[in-house]
Design a protein around this ligand. Structure first.
Ligand code: SF4
Ligand code: SF4
Length: 278
């Protein structure tokens, strides 16, 4: 099973839920941190890193000796990543989406592929928990290719928890598409409600079963609960706004370790997810 943990906005406690849930489960679990622009699950998990892999994506390289300037490559490219200007073919690797279209259509076989570095993937473990995360290269504009590479380490024999990036755009879709369940984490404020609504619309399009965790329950108002009720989104857990929880989080501690009674509550959250999926 793949559970993706998402939130419309940053700072709602998504990583807090993902890391504590992952450490509470007894089965074979892997945690994939797909927030590749700003991964932070490792700060709480503190895994032993065993492997660092440079991730690349294929981009075209033109052999000027073979090129006849026919323009077929620039005509097929939807991203203006390869263009013919005068007597030369220019490639803009940062705009390339690695679709391979230009390589396919070149009648002269003048285009080969070379790698553009996306960032690194680090793999490791903490006791029985497998951990994988990606770190996007500074200056790299597209995170979905690296997110897909992190997800390629999904082990179908394990329970996979994905810590998705915040927001509702392509990186979130790349982190939630194909998941069996999306756990939405929000806070009971007008901002939380606004971004939750956007996220729910995206999840509906993907047709993935989903449920809600309200973090910092007790602040704000009841509008998130009212919205969840109206939309038939099951409220699976509430985490109170509590100074002790906030302090342990700010120290980089895992709640289920400093307050072991929470382990049962996160296990209960998992069982509720199983119930929803039934
Ligand atoms: S691989 Fe696709 S996106 Fe990249 S330059 Fe070729 S056609 Fe354009
Ligand atoms: S399709 Fe091939 S031959 Fe035609 S312009 Fe592009 S690189 Fe040159």
């Amino acid at each position: 099973m793949i559970i993706s943990i998402a939130s419309g906005k940053g700072g709602t406690g998504k990583t807090f839920v993902a890391t504590n849930l992952a450490l509470s489960l007894k089965s074979d679990v892997q945690l994939l941190d797909c927030d590749v622009e700003e991964p932070n699950a490792h700060l709480f998990i503190r895994p032993v890193i065993e492997e660092v892999i440079t991730a690349t994506t294929p981009v075209p390289e033109v052999d000027e000796g073979k090129c006849t300037l026919c323009r077929k490559c620039s005509e097929i490219c939807q991203f203006k990543a390869i263009v013919v200007i005068g007597q030369i073919v220019l490639v803009f690797p940062e705009l390339c989406h690695s679709c391979g279209g230009c390589v396919e259509v070149c009648p002269e076989g003048a285009i080969s592929e070379t790698g553009r570095e996306l960032g690194v993937i680090e793999r490791g473990h903490r006791n029985g928990l497998e951990f994988v995360h990606g770190k996007l290269r500074v200056g790299e504009a597209m995170s979905p290719p690296l997110i897909r590479k992190v997800r390629s380490f999904t082990n179908p024999d394990k329970l996979t928890i994905i810590d998705a990036p915040p927001g509702t755009s392509c990186p979130v879709i790349a982190s939630t598409k194909g998941a069996d369940f999306v756990l939405l984490v929000t806070e009971p404020t007008p901002f939380g409600l606004h971004d939750l609504k956007l996220m729910v619309e995206a999840i509906k399009i993907l047709e993935i079963p989903h449920g809600l965790v309200i973090n910092r329950s007790g602040i704000g108002d009841n509008q998130v609960k009212a919205y969840a009720e109206k939309e038939n989104i099951p409220l699976l857990m509430e985490i109170p706004f509590d100074r002790g929880i906030a302090e342990s989080y700010s120290r980089g501690e895992l709640l289920v370790e400093v307050m072991p009674e929470w382990k049962e509550r996160f296990l209960g959250l998992y069982h509720l997810i199983e119930e929803v999926l039934k």
